[in-house]
Design a protein around this ligand. Sequence first.
Ligand code: PLP
Length: 392
Amino acid sequence: MKKSYKTRTQMVHGGTRRSQYSEVSEALFLTQGFVYDSAEQAEQRFLQSGDDEFIYARYGNPTVAMFEDRIALLEGGEAAFATASGMAAVHGALASVVKAGDHIVSSRALFGSCLYILEEVMTKFGVEVTFVDGTDLEQWKSAIRSDTKVVFFETISNPTLEVIDIKAVSDLAHNVGALVIVDNVFATPIFSKAFEQGADVVVYSATKHIDGQGRLLGGVVIGSQTYIRKTLEPFLKHTGGAMSAFNAWVMLKGLETIDLRVRAQSESAQEIAETLYQHPKLQRMIYPGHRSHPQYDLVSNQLGGGGTVLSIDIQGGQKAAFDFLNRLEIGLISNNLGDAKSIFTHPATTTHQRLADHHKAALGITSGLVRISVGLEDYRDLISDILSALDG
Ligand SMILES: *Cc1c(COP(=O)(O)O)cnc(C)c1O
């Protein structure tokens, strides 16, 4: 696979390993183990496995390896390790690096489970964590210390879609030799240029755009050959966060269409954003690809597109937001994102329900806020569904 091939070509062919049958579609190797020709070969493989030599599926599997190689090509990283879920990826990426006494600086606007790992798990094992407002460079500057080991953030926050300046934060982190680990779900691997901007490790919940059809959980960590093979892999292969071969096969097939899907969803999100901008029933419309976004210039430099998610703040608070959701005909009320089906979420009462009121207020999670993950339906149908649900 030539590195110079374009994304769509790489996503259809990259990482393919054909068996002796020369199948067209990638094989699903549903096997936990692998047979050795001799006792000597078994001994040798445990000593040092080559590229296409496997031992046990918790360590690696040919179908999982195809997925890892293909997603590494997409993100532009040297290597990848696939995990059972996005959270196994976030946990593994962090826990494999730090030890008691180390210091992490993280943005505060985090997915609930990411917050749990940083606030509860890391601190329980003696790792100190400092939280900052990720969009405020001064806060990063004063929080990052000479002994900071890791800097962590979600590149686009959920659900208010604030964008963190990867290059500026990475420069600060690298000045003290800290590793920059980013959760890049909202940016999507199609629009991400995270490595170019300075991130060292990129994490995805594959449950979102990579599957893209709401079927399975999965995650992946992408980074340098040294980080993946020497730091992350020993940790994950012994702690059991591996992705199953079946899930890897579905994710691998998801990558064949991800460029088409994410671009189509993003174009629809743009159309919806243009239509909803300054709509009289809305307090606010937030979409990173719309010129009204407060960080529009940063978005244009950092990302190749606005993404598949927008948020609207409906006038009239929770009652108006619930009425809106209940009137939708095409849009589904659920909480995943990146799906082919458009999904509408009321964060204040669902995904972010447990946050204290002052915490919600600080993150901009108002009672009228609705997050819209734009799917693959025709955008004209989505727009009329949204407009008639707003009009009542
Ligand atoms: C969904 C999500 C996760 C967790 O992924 P799972 O696959 O559900 O474990 C982590 N971070 C972000 C930003 C997410 O949206």
